[in-house]
Design a protein around this ligand. Structure first.
Ligand SMILES: NC(=O)c1ccc[n+]([C@@H]2O[C@H](COP(=O)([O-])OP(=O)(O)OC[C@H]3O[C@@H](n4cnc5c(N)ncnc54)[C@H](O)[C@@H]3O)[C@@H](O)[C@H]2O)c1
Length: 301
């Protein structure tokens, strides 16, 4: 059992509620955020009823003041902050040519700005703590992206862009804050929740491979002592699967013979790579799809 403190955003339901519950069951004191309402209070109550320590910190996660109150509450109520789990999210799915300004802004704001403001304030806290103590803080960030980013999900331009941004934010944080003890990683989960119930349909009889509870062991691992050796990584996690993604690779490279490309020379070089007609998006990653029988409501193998 640990006595560390964790923040979880979007903890009123779905993955966030499962993560908060698992962290509390492992002994973490949890500061829980969601939009104000009964769902967040119910998660806090359930944890307290099971003997855990939880406090609600409601508010829009993309607001600076919400992130401030999350970090301050962790410090003032529980004596410090050790783990930040950024999870809150929304969907406003639409093809890019039909997407409204509002649909774009809402999704980018909740996901990307929502991850930024908590990261900004938590890392500043860990930097100060490191300087004060003279040794690196215990500091873990688990961010939440999605395979929608890897796939370039066609009807989710806003969501895929926000999730790609979260991966980049995580890498910059992992590199920029390592000296303050920060370990920052990304999970791309799959789970049957309110967000995905329409897509994934009703749960099967018996054990559900898409139960949010399948995602929590990895979150606990990254939050715990073993997470010390893991930073700037991206995982896909669901059911019995944990996959560690590799970095993008250089698929082909060319050098201009004279130092400057002529149009003809460039065409000759690149036409050896782009042979498919019609062209298919080449940077898309579909390798994570066949990791399990059940993907997004479809049989994948
Ligand atoms: N369920 C999946 O298969 C899946 C797949 C990939 C990624 N994800 C990601 O996992 C995370 C959790 O998703 P979920 O499936 O549990 O969804 P969910 O809809 O069940 O839960 C999301 C929670 O975030 C909260 N929230 C929304 N806007 C907020 C805001 N502005 N401030 C604070 N809280 C806010 C909601 O109220 C809700 O409780 C999201 O970031 C989602 O994009 C989920």
């Amino acid at each position: 059992m640990t006595t560390r403190t964790a923040i979880v955003t979007g903890a009123g339901q779905g993955l966030g509620a499962a993560e908060a519950t698992a962290l509390a069951a492992a002994g973490y004191r949890v500061v829980l955020n969601d939009l104000p309402g009964p769902a967040l209070d119910a998660t806090v109550e359930r944890i307290r009823d099971s003997g855990g320590e939880a406090v609600a910190c409601p508010g829009d996660v993309a607001e600076w003041s919400t992130a401030e109150s999350l970090v301050t509450t962790a410090v003032e109520r529980f004596g410090g902050l050790d783990v930040l789990v950024n999870n809150a999210g929304v969907l406003r799915d639409r093809m890019v040519f039909a997407m409204s300004e509002q649909e774009w802004d809402t999704v980018i704001r909740v996901h990307l700005r929502g991850h930024f403001v908590t990261t900004r304030l938590a890392t500043a806290y860990w930097r100060e703590k490191t300087k004060k103590n003279g040794f690196p803080a215990y500091a873990r960030i688990v961010n939440t992206a999605s395979e929608a980013f890897l796939l370039g999900s066609a009807g989710q331009a806003n969501y895929a862009a926000a999730k790609g941004g979260i991966v980049a934010l995580t890498l910059a944080t992992a590199r920029g804050c390592a000296r303050y003890g920060v370990r920052a990683n990304v999970i791309c989960p799959r789970a049957r929740t309110a967000m995905t119930s329409e897509l994934m349909g009703p749960p099967p009889e018996g054990p559900d491979p898409l139960d949010p509870g399948h995602v929590t062991p990895l979150v606990l691992h990254l939050a715990g002592p073993a997470g010390e050796r893991i930073t700037g990584e991206v995982f896909v996690v669901h059911g019995d699967v944990v996959a560690v993604l590799g970095p993008p690779t250089v698929r082909a490279s060319f050098h201009a013979a004279t130092g400057d490309w002529t149009a003809h020379e460039l065409d000759a070089a690149l036409s050896t790579v782009f042979t498919a007609d019609p062209p298919q998006p080449g940077f898309v990653c579909e390798e994570t799809l066949p990791l399990a029988d059940t993907t997004f409501g479809e049989e994948s193998r």
